[in-house]
Ligand binder design. Structure first.
Ligand code: SAH
Length: 355
């Protein structure tokens, strides 16, 4: 039994079953034993690989998008460059590489990283030493000082706690984690969702109150102060029932209730819900579009060609594999989506392009 499982069991024994959202929050963020709090989960030796870890091309294209979005907004200076959940810092390092070619952009930005994990914050500081001391870390988006901002979040919203509801006798009842025969088990709790759609018995519907509230806060900030936000994650474009809570450990799917705190827990992102939240604050929402279409329209193939031009065969094979993984259907190309939030009236490419 993991140390966190003992703690969760004690909580359940004392107060009764906990919601899926509470379970997820404990597993990922427990200050002592949480998954992200205690480790660097990335890379071949870790649990999973994210797009910036696949290839520098991902962060470079995102960087070019951010510089372009900044110009579209009228190049406000100063502006805050914000990343939510920067992992090992690879994406931001690649953004800096592109930004070096836009010195007015570099002069305008102050860099703010939102990270709760001390292990990963230390890792980010190591990766981003070339930026010197100009980086500030914050525990939450709410702590970012005022002013216009450019925000990027890759594989961040999937780590925010979701609630799950199960269709039972014509109503949506909250799924909980309790103890059955002295083991952690899913069950049905007293909570209800009153305004959900009709669905066959046993269906699961997910809501993401934390993610939706954060999308609304980001949108309000963009509307009030200017700038743009780009959210990239795996998820779906329409709100539909389905159980997407997943655990990953050592690059394989695992039981979400096994080894709490030692497996990554995540859920697919409901981009329709994030878009609704952002629109409700008066922001313009662009997309979602697939990551494949997003990267290809912004020149992924051309970038791979340029990087491969003077390289050996092995490097070129690596670039081809990375391109397929980032943009291909069998890789991240279809499942992952990109969504942008701006003030009304702005049309950041490649959203709206016909591809
Ligand atoms: N964006 C990175 C890492 C994605 S993993 C990449 O693409 O490689 C999720 C990241 O979000 C980790 O850095 C994790 O520590 C951080 N994180 C998770 N939940 C968080 C929260 N509630 N607040 C701030 N950071 C969080």
């Amino acid at each position: 039994m993991t140390p966190l499982e003992s703690r969760i069991r004690a909580l359940i024994e004392a107060n009764g079953p906990i919601t899926v959202a509470q379970y997820m929050a404990h597993c990922l963020g427990d200050p002592e034993h949480g998954y992200y709090t205690t480790r660097d989960p990335f890379g071949a030796g870790g649990d999973f690989v994210t797009a910036p870890e696949v290839s520098q091309m991902f962060g470079e294209i995102v960087g070019a998008w951010l510089v372009h979005a900044w110009r579209l907004c009228g190049a406000p200076s100063p502006i805050r460059l914000v990343e939510l959940g920067p992992g090992r810092g690879a994406l931001m390092a690649d953004v800096f590489r592109v930004a070096r070619r836009a010195s007015d952009f570099l002069d305008a930005i102050s860099v703010h990283l939102v990270e709760t994990s001390p292990v990963l914050a230390a890792r980010q500081a190591e990766t981003l030493t070339q930026r010197g001391t100009g980086i500030q870390w914050h525990a939450s988006f709410a702590d970012i000082p005022p002013g216009p901002l450019l925000l990027i979040a890759n594989e961040f919203f999937d780590a925010l706690p979701i609630r799950q509801f199960v269709r039972v006798e014509g109503s949506w009842r909250e799924r909980v984690v309790g103890l059955v025969d002295d083991r952690l088990a899913f069950g049905i709790g007293p909570g209800r969702l009153d305004d959900g759609p009709d669905a066959p018995g046993g269906s699961v519907l997910e809501t993401s109150p934390t993610g939706e509230a954060l999308a609304a806060t980001i949108a309000r900030r963009v509307v009030d102060e200017g700038g743009a936000a780009l959210l990239i994650d795996y998820g779906y474009a329409d709100t539909t029932p389905g159980d997407t809570l997943q655990a990953v450990r050592g690059h394989a799917y695992a039981d979400p209730l096994a080894r709490p705190g030692q497996a990554d827990l995540s859920a697919h992102v409901d981009f329709a819900a994030l878009g609704r939240s952002a629109r409700s604050e008066g922001a313009a929402v662009h997309g979602p579009m697939t990551q494949g279409a997003f990267l290809l329209s912004l020149g992924l193939l051309e970038r791979a060609g340029r990087l491969g031009a003077d390289s050996d065969g092995a490097t070129r094979d690596g670039l081809l594999a990375a391109t397929q993984r980032l943009a291909g259907q069998a890789g991240m190309g279809m499942l992952f989506k990109a969504l942008a939030v701006t003030r009304p009236g702005l049309e950041p490419p490649p959203f709206g392009a016909r591809i």
